[in-house]
Every structure is written in structure tokens, then in C-alpha cells.
Design a protein. Structure first.
Length: 233
């Protein structure tokens, strides 16, 4: 299977073409840059370059995978809009990928895996896996709640493996906020992990819709342009 992956939800802007055959994942063309804004100006060119470097064309793609969040409201919408437009133009399925699932898939398998993304305002987005199986849906946690969850995960891991400090993996931009243990503070998921998830996913069960775990920071205006302010209370 030949596929394109797009990630604009976190601290990276990534476009990559991969060939996936069973457990084998081959990178054919990859463009990735650290980026928190400006995705709309850069993404199309990065996709074009990744496809060109792959030695094929857009028509050779079998499906498209795109991160749906949680993450940057603006960034993930840019990626989603581009992926959906491209999928419609090519007549190819577009697979929505959770940023947390992709982060967990970016590190070595562990008895307990905790993926955490810095959500600002004293929160992280997080999810826990036990032997590769998610134990609850993705959630927004306070830092205190996240620290408790990680402490419980460390206890669970020691019960599973019978030894302290082995078999637990904490990954994502929120690592330093919630744990003193060593982790992987990735700014974004590994593109190869995105490719594996895209190849394995059922399109019907992974629609390309944004995953929001918290209301946006911006609020709609309370009056129309030119409308007089109401009386003060």
C-alpha cells in the first residue's frame, strides 16, 4: 500500500509518502519541519515535494492519513482541510488519526504507555495504554490529575513486570510537566508510526473529523460590527 500522511496538529508540520507491506514500512519521500504556525503557507509545497521525491505521482496513492487532534485548533484544521480536499480530488479514502494514538505508536511497546500533550492553561491531553490496549478514551487532565494517573501507571507497571522502572513509557510534549521520570518529549508523532496506523485503520471507523477535548480559547464576538455597545450593568 502506498500512502500519504499529513500531521499539523502539534509542533511539527509533516508530509510523507510511505509504502507499507505487512510489518514493513518504507519512507519514499518525507518533509518535516518544526512549526507552530504558518501551516497554510507551507503544507501544500511540502506535500508536493514529498510526492515528487517518492518517485511517483498523486495518482499512485492508495489512501491519505491525517492527524485530527487533540492539538492546535488552527494547525489541525489546515491539515484536515487539505487532506479532505486532496482525498476528494483523487477519490481516495482519508483516515483520521488521533495525535495521542500516534505518539504512543511512535515509541517501543511497553507494559504501560502514557501519551501526554501540553494543552496549556495547567492541563494536558492524555491517554493510557496497557500492553497496547487503550484503557480509557482521550481526555483533558489537570496537571495534578495527570500526575496521579502516571503514579498509578507506575504502580501498575511494577505489578505487571515485577520490577520498578521498567516497562512504562511516557511520551509527548507534556512529559516534563507531569513526571520526573525519563520519557520521550516528542513534538510530534513519528511519520512512520502515522503510516502504520493509516495502513491498518478501517476508513469507516476513523473519519477525518477534528478531535477537540476542550473548548477553543477564542470566543465569538458579543456584537456585530458597527453595533452599539449595550448599557453597562
Amino acid at each position: 500500500m502506498r500512502l500519504l500522511v499529513i500531521d499539523t496538529a502539534l509542533g511539527l508540520c509533516t508530509a510523507g509518502v510511505f509504502r507499507v507491506e505487512g510489518d514493513q514500512v518504507e519512507s519514499l519521500g518525507l518533509c518535516s519541519e518544526a512549526m507552530t504556525r504558518g501551516h497554510s503557507e507551507r503544507l501544500a509545497g511540502m506535500v508536493r515535494d514529498a510526492v515528487r521525491h517518492s518517485g511517483g505521482g498523486f495518482g499512485d496513492l492508495d489512501r491519505i492519513g491525517v492527524t485530527v487532534g487533540p492539538g492546535s485548533f488552527t494547525g489541525l484544521r489546515v491539515g484536515l482541510a487539505f487532506a479532505q480536499g486532496l482525498g476528494a480530488a483523487l477519490g481516495r479514502p482519508v483516515i483520521g488519526l488521533s495525535s495521542l494514538d500516534a505518539l504512543a505508536a511512535s515509541v517501543a511497546p511497553a507494559a504501560v504507555t502514557v501519551a501526554v500533550i501540553d494543552a496549556r492553561r495547567g492541563q494536558v491531553y492524555g491517554r493510557v495504554w496497557r500492553n497496547g490496549v487503550a484503557s480509557q478514551p482521550p481526555e483533558a487532565w489537570t496537571l495534578e490529575r495527570a500526575q496521579t494517573i502516571v503514579a498509578d501507571a507506575e504502580i501498575l507497571e511494577s505489578q505487571i513486570s515485577g520490577s520498578d522502572g521498567e516497562g512504562i513509557m511516557i511520551v509527548g510534549s507534556g512529559v516534563s510537566l507531569i513526571s520526573q521520570a525519563e520519557g520521550w518529549p516528542l513534538d510530534g508523532p513519528d511519520p512512520a508510526a502515522l503510516a502504520r496506523l493509516t495502513a491498518a485503520a478501517d476508513p469507516a471507523g476513523h473519519p477525518p473529523r477534528p478531535l477537540y477535548l476542550r473548548a477553543p480559547d477564542a470566543t465569538p464576538p458579543t456584537r456585530l460590527p458597527g453595533q452599539a455597545r449595550g448599557p453597562r450593568p
